[in-house]
Design a binder for this molecule. Structure first.
Ligand SMILES: [Zn+2]
Length: 92
């Protein structure tokens, strides 16, 4: 007999968790106009995010995976909003 296995992850996605951690520590911020996440290039904030990943990984996720996902999220987030005009991004 087939049974429907219901998977109920403790968090929506590991990715979503990583983003929320990065946002919480201030490593990334949202473009006020377009809502894209931007990496702020703050090494201290990043360090705090990795710290949180090591100390308090999501339920069922290893520390290594949690830290790895923080890396992945940082890699995938640019330091500028893709929709803001380039000339506004270049200087600052
Ligand atoms: Zn923008």
């Amino acid at each position: 007999m087939l049974m429907t296995k219901e998977r109920r992850p403790a968090i929506r996605t590991l990715r979503g968790w990583a983003i929320s951690v990065l946002h919480e520590v201030g490593a990334i911020r949202e473009c006020e106009e377009h809502g894209w996440m931007q990496e702020r290039g703050d090494p201290h904030a990043r360090e705090r995010a990795f710290d949180m990943a090591r100390r308090d990984p999501p339920t069922g996720v290893s520390q290594a995976d949690a830290v790895g996902e923080i890396h992945n999220a940082l890699d995938s987030i640019g330091d500028a909003c893709p929709e803001c005009p380039p000339d506004r991004q270049a200087r600052g």
